[in-house]
Design a protein around this ligand. Sequence first.
Ligand SMILES: *Cc1c(COP(=O)(O)O)cnc(C)c1O
Length: 230
Amino acid sequence: MSLIGKNLDSVRQAIVQAAVGAGRDPSTVRLVAVSKTHPAAAVREAMDAGQSCFGESRVQEALPKVASLPEGLEWHFIGHLQTNKIRKALPAFTLFHGVDSLDVARQMDRIAGETGLSPEILLEVNVSGEETKFGFQPEGLRREIEGLLALPNVRVRGLMTMAPYSEDPGVPRRVFAALRELRDKLAAESGSPLAELSMGMSGDFEAAVREGSTLVRVGSSIFGDRPSAL
Ligand SMILES: *Cc1c(COP(=O)(O)O)cnc(C)c1O
């Protein structure tokens, strides 16, 4: 088996263990293999090991990669989407994890309407209050959620967050629990289930699964290290 295949197996096993340990059905957690910076050949190796869902965070990098690989793979956009890239990105991706402002959501909705698409989106929340991060503030999202749910073309499926890096494993765990609690509150207030919780990366996906993640975005534990700034 390839190294990527072995890595995928270990990540899948760790997801199952974390889910079972938390009393969850492991099949409710989907693994998004984050292939950003890695070539199409790496995606093929993962495909050969049974992986069909991939995540990319840069439109320019992703489009040629997506085009060079077989149809039938599922591509998720996981990064910050610049508004001037929306038109190109919409047809390539089925789920957008990081919709981080009302402006981006509205522009996606308008362009989706013009092009006859109805993309699924997750709203990125800045739970930890870090200044450098993109995302809705929790209280801001409570004010905007009705407007977001009323957009006719984008379909809001849930929330996404990134935990800050910390030596203390309690930090990501508290961030993930806070996202789940915010989702529960927004779902009760809005009547929309917001069923998906995209949380957990290589360093913290097990904690995220214990706290209710339905989509883990794992890159380096599957494909190896990236150049540092990405
Ligand atoms: C790069 C990236 C990931 C994957 O990170 P790893 O630590 O390599 O698993 C997950 N989510 C987002 C939003 C990313 O940009």
